[in-house]
Design a protein around this ligand. Sequence first.
Ligand SMILES: Nc1ncnc2c1ncn2[C@@H]1O[C@H](COP(=O)(O)OP(=O)(O)OP(=O)(O)O)[C@@H](O)[C@H]1O
Length: 785
Amino acid sequence: MTNRNGARVVVNLQVQRDLQNLGHHATNQVNDFVRRLREDPANRSLRLAPLRAAGHNGDLFLASVPPHHAVLLLLTDTARFTVLAVREGERAHEELSRLTVTINPVSGLPDVIDQAHASDTVLAFPVRNSSPQPTIEDPKAHPSAPVSPLPRPLFDEYTDDELTGLGVSRSLLPTLSEITSRQQLDALLTGNIPELTRDVLLALASCTPVDEIRRDITEAWRLPDADPEDWAGVAHHPALVSTEDDAVLDALGNTFEAWRLFLHPEQRRLATTRFKGSAKVTGGPGTGKTVVALHRVRHLVEQLPPGYDRPVLLTTYNTSLAEDLRQRLRRLGGDGLLNRVRIESVDALARRIVVEEPSVDLGRTLPDDAAMHLWHTVRAETGLTNYEADFLDEEFRHVIVAGQCVRYEQYRSISRPGRKRITVKDRRDIWKLVEAYLAHLAAHPRRITFDLVASEAARIADERKRAYDRYLEYKDEQGGRDLIHREAASLMGGFGPRLPFRHIVIDEAQDLSASHWRMLRALVPEGPDDIFLVGDAHQRIYAHRSILSHYGIRTPGRASRRLTLSYRTTREILGSAGGLLEGQPFDDLDNGTDTLDGYRSVLTGRAPAYYHAPDWQTELRAVAALLFERHDKYGTPYEAMAVAVPDGAAASQAAYALGTAEHPVPPVEIGQDGVPEGAKGVRIGTMHRFKGLEFQRVFIVGVSEGQVPHQRIEPYRLSDPGRFRQEEQRARSLLFVAATRARDELIVSWNGRPSRFLPRNVEHSAHSAIALLRGDGSPSSSSAA
Ligand SMILES: Nc1ncnc2c1ncn2[C@@H]1O[C@H](COP(=O)(O)OP(=O)(O)OP(=O)(O)O)[C@@H](O)[C@H]1O
């Protein structure tokens, strides 16, 4: 919406962080101010006061935002404003006046720096003379280097020109030369400094090679022809959002969710690039993969011709994640966007495809644990008790169904990489068991498993796809003319000359099975932007590894990208969560390998805290006390906190214990479909249920030896070492997923002995649950405030 007499107002990226720090009141007031400025910049009640020239073609202004705030504005062409910074309180004007504003020669964005504050922050830490001082986290630092009297500045191996050439703001150089410890750097980075500068400093501090930083960070942020003298150019910067768009004002005024407006350049590139075919984005927890997927969906919809159909599919692992995607997509683009997108879990989609087939009677889908239990019945009935039920379940799902074996001859010769060796006789016996299993499912009342539904859906989709390909071939032979209806219908087997989707976007891709991939591949014609998937093998907790290229999904070269900057979890939490997976090999969802190298966080905080208890009930009482304290003393809403447990029984016990504690804490169990919207209370669920979620404070309880990983995998240690390794890795990934849901605080507790996955000697640094309950434990607030 433009106003003929009004102004264009643009918001600088750093304002987002100012508003996050200042809270809702500030966002509402600034939003209101921006609205009025946009409508009539000459309105005297805005009280714009000239501050100084920013450069030859731009001026800085201050304005009061009653009752408590003030903003710094850049005025360039006639009536074109950029909001640069917001401050609160009596000293707001003074603080805004002293900000240094320059144009970054790499990004072309305004760098807004409070030099005095930055320097004070750094100097607040005592300089330690604990030399030799290694450079940053330099693994090559020589332990026997001569002791120097003063610590070396962290960045002194880089010249000023090198740093600014990478994108570091020139105004920060004096402060950087004073930084001699990682602590000081962290303190600086928690302040409001330009994102490109933060990105580069974090990468340098984690020893990322300069060439890599230049390629992955500097170039991603680079604005061709950026001119550090051209202030008029700032207001036209493509990364800055103009408030002519009402959605921006709404976002500024309501819950300010940064991801809706401002993407990291790499995220933006991935969301908007046109790919020749499929594309894949991997990256550790919290790196914004889902955010990229959502923006990608919006971008794809924007490219569509007008219509009422839904040619974009957004899919994920389960229904609760699909519901979460629906809510987030609505926040991004409203119902108009939702109306062009089908959002469904892979299993719901599979079922729909099969149900649409007139000849198929599906029956009820058995939950995974019921499908597993049926193997017990079949073992007993056939007398073939040499094979454990869970071995049979895995063999059936990951070898027989995944390999599309419908006859024994197919199973007899199928390769089973990574699985325990079996003889031909074993294969024959297992096939007998499979036949008995299928007979049970087919008997009245008919039932089916999720894997079988997905496999059937893949078969149907594949058949349609082949008919579609035949149709295209035929059409081609006819010189590209459209076929008359009857001809087309007979070639397509009655489905019409079209596949259901033009584009498919997939979240949580690491947990999809072979049948899911076959189905998805067949639902979209091969071509530009056909499949876009995001995932992280470190978080795989359900499926076995699938190699995408085996299913015709190829993402060569720049069609495969990795995100490395976490927006969710503090560096301290990432460090300990990452420790869980150290030394384990992970894939890149395809033929290659993936690591968490270079994975870093924009946030810092406190280290995770550990609690030990003599028994489960004491552990739960201590957790209830900690939750109550965080709510009562630190004002954390109950729904921003969550308790993860190893299994379903523990979830019910934990819910009961919280609800009946000395200071009761309201519990809400996370069900199969998530939590009802608006439900109040602390979230409780098995670690599996934490996939894709995010909380301010996370408690992982029951992390005891024998529970995590569960002792039932112990027999495999000798009998089936391959399986044992696989189960252990899955259990590690599960704990990793739960730990990386935490934004500000992570607490891990156990009773008896701590899980072997926890850091060595963790007992020594753990707090005592008993001492806490007696009231003489170490202050629980140490990590709460
Ligand atoms: N560009 C951004 N600016 C600010 N916040 C962001 C940005 N990108 C992502 N975030 C925030 O980071 C958090 C994690 O994002 P998201 O859920 O997309 O990550 P993810 O990689 O899918 O995580 P996971 O794999 O752990 O499920 C969210 O709170 C999101 O709002």
